[in-house]
Design a protein around this ligand. Structure first.
Ligand code: SF4
Ligand code: SF4
Length: 458
């Protein structure tokens, strides 16, 4: 734990890597192209590269990894903001405690309204988002919300996996979240660079760097084996952040046998109500794509997530760098889905397409939008998931599950044009299932789904 918090160690790594000879770069790229993942030292070597030729090789390997490990599926999810009360003072966030903006927390009835809309959009996987406020948004409320969501069904729609992105907590609280059946516990470190962290987090429980950076250790001690990390790129030198992310991942692997299940890649954006507006470390599009590709090489088996904070053009480029999960049709404020239905929301995302438009776009790109939640429901979490992924076998379940969930979506929510397009894609991609028995089984399942059965998965 101490090592990944060590500023001097990371700075030394970056300095040494800048002097790496071409032979070292070739060796690291060779290792990456065998899908073996990279150590933090090897990541440092790639991040220091300058030659466009080397970078072209990185992008090619990232694309190869994406195809070979994940196949053509892209997993879809939506965020659900339930409370913007917050006692922290994060300088980049409009929900910071100094903001005079009115606060809101959804009642359980309002949660039902939001989830009904999300279920009618076809979503099966949510990321629950809440600010930190023990008085207005205690853990008991979060647990009630999770229970409420899992108990709901709208026609054929149901949320099958609730991932949770809430403040760092203690082991006992994480145990309660585990018992509530959460999917992944997500927490962004924001920045691993301690002086920057302390500069941008001046008060509230989150200002305690060690408490925040030790959260996944406590979550894993409590039995949560899927955790999702991330940094807010732009708070400090992105190369430093990427290395620290790798050190954190290695620390969790060493201590618990499994590292990050997912890594999210948010970038700093202007936020209304934020106390800081200038970001000297803001990351350009070019640098951001490079970062995503290097991370894909470093952790080939870890899901990588981007949100609607990126433009459609960037999302397309990022998918080619190995992004495996996308949010779609997102509302990023408390009660935002109902507000949007009333046309009143201030929509602060850069990809404003409807979920169905996004699915159509993905299919046009030859990709399969997937609403799969099968691993979590089959107990394939933590090291059970990772051993399957590392054996290169995860795509054998991802592809069939993607086709079945796309078929469900088309039947329940698709326009006639959508049904037609998805049927062609499903037919074509069925041929990519190598095992004949599985292929026949999935063909049969597609027929069963079209006849009205739901929730078939491998
Ligand atoms: Fe609160 Fe999270 Fe915003 Fe920080 S980032 S002010 S913890 S809601
Ligand atoms: Fe994700 Fe598992 Fe479904 Fe693949 S099979 S999309 S890894 S839940």
């Amino acid at each position: 734990m101490e090592q990944f918090l060590d500023n001097i160690y990371i700075n030394n790594l970056l300095e040494q890597a800048a002097a790496a000879p071409d032979g070292d770069i070739d060796r690291v790229l060779g290792k990456a192209s065998r899908f073996e993942g990279l150590t933090h030292r090897e990541v440092a070597v790639l991040l220091a590269m300058e030659s466009d030729e080397h970078w072209a090789r990185v992008f090619n390997i990232a694309l190869e990894i994406k195809k070979r490990i994940y196949g053509d599926r892209i997993v879809m999810f939506a965020p659900l903001y339930i409370s913007d009360y917050c006692v922290n003072a994060c300088a980049y966030c409009g929900f910071n405690c100094g903001s005079k903006a009115p606060r809101r927390k959804l009642t359980l009835d309002e949660v039902r309204s939001e989830v009904e809309i999300l279920e009618r959009m076809g979503h099966k996987r949510l990321a629950l988002e809440a600010g930190e406020d023990p008085e207005h948004c205690p853990l008991s409320y979060i647990l009630d919300v999770i229970k409420t969501i899992y108990a709901m069904k709208t026609d054929n729609g149901a949320i099958r996996r609730v991932n949770v992105n809430i403040a760092a907590a203690g082991v006992d609280e994480y145990r309660l979240l585990k018992e509530a059946g959460i999917g992944t516990y997500i927490l962004f470190q924001e920045t691993y660079h301690r002086p920057s962290y302390e500069k941008y987090h001046t008060s509230g429980p989150k200002s305690d760097y060690l408490w925040h950076s030790g959260a996944f250790d406590r979550a894993m001690e409590a039995g949560i084996d899927d955790v999702g990390g991330g940094v807010l790129f732009g708070l400090y030198d992105a190369r430093y952040e990427a290395l620290a992310l790798m050190l954190h991942n290695e620390h969790l692997e060493k201590r618990f046998g499994v590292g990050f299940h997912t890594i999210s890649l948010p970038r700093i954006r202007k936020a209304e109500g934020a106390t800081q507006t200038k970001w000297p470390y803001a990351v350009s599009d070019k640098a951001f794509l490079r970062l995503a590709a290097v991370l894909r090489l470093a952790v080939p088996y870890t899901g990588m997530i981007i949100s609607t904070r990126e433009t459609p053009e960037m999302r397309k480029s990022l998918i080619n760098c190995g992004i495996s999960q996308l949010s779609g049709g997102s509302a990023v404020e408390v009660g935002g889905y109902a507000l949007r239905e009333q046309n009143a929301a201030q929509f602060r995302v850069l990809d404003e397409r409807t979920p169905q438009d996004i699915l159509l776009w993905l299919m046009d790109e030859g990709l399969i939008p997937s609403f799969c939640t099968a691993c979590y429901r089959n107990g394939r979490t933590g090291d059970r998931f990772m051993s399957l992924a590392k054996a290169g076998e995860i795509k054998n379940v991802c592809l069939p599950n993607a086709l079945m969930t796309l078929c469900e979506y088309a039947e329940d929510y698709g326009s006639e044009a959508f049904k037609e397009k998805s049927a062609l894609l499903i037919d074509a991609k069925l041929g990519d299932i190598a095992d004949e028995n599985i292929r026949e089984n999935i063909k049969n399942n597609i027929k069963r789904i079209r006849a009205g059965e739901r929730d078939l998965f491998l």
